[in-house]
Design a protein around this ligand. Structure first.
Ligand code: TYC
Length: 116
């Protein structure tokens, strides 16, 4: 039975397993906290070609050439740089995609995630 049909707002749900009707807060409707976010970070090294890093930023982080080049140079000069900030599973997928792509092309590029 739906809570709405009985005049409750959507934050409640109705249950009856024993003939007694009970209304209780509906966790799926009330648990709307924002997910924890993670930075996806590229680490500098001496061997990965600059063009390859720009390609990675365009391909997996949807950057335009100019901003991808800026981020690549920032990583090159500062040692590391943030590519984006995402919920955990998306950040994990980005790291996995970048690492697999770099390994496939035999570059030692390192991509990691960290809690914000
Ligand atoms: N330092 C590399 C070079 O001089 C370029 C580079 C930039 C490598 C960013 C990794 O995450 C990186 N070819």
């Amino acid at each position: 039975m739906t809570a709405k049909g009985l005049g409750y707002n959507r934050a409640m749900s109705i249950s009856s397993t024993d003939g007694q009707i009970r209304a209780s807060p509906d966790k799926s409707a009330t648990d709307i906290r924002r997910p924890r976010l993670y930075r996806v970070v590229l680490i500098n090294d001496d061997y990965t070609p600059m063009d390859f890093v720009v390609d990675v930023l365009e391909r997996f982080f949807h950057m335009e050439r100019v901003s991808a080049t800026k981020i690549m140079l920032l990583v090159h000069t500062q040692g590391r740089g943030i590519c984006g900030v995402y919920p955990r599973e998306i950040a994990e997928t980005k790291v996995d995609q970048v690492m697999r792509y770099a390994r496939r092309h035999q570059h030692p590029l390192l991509c990691v995630m960290e809690k914000t």
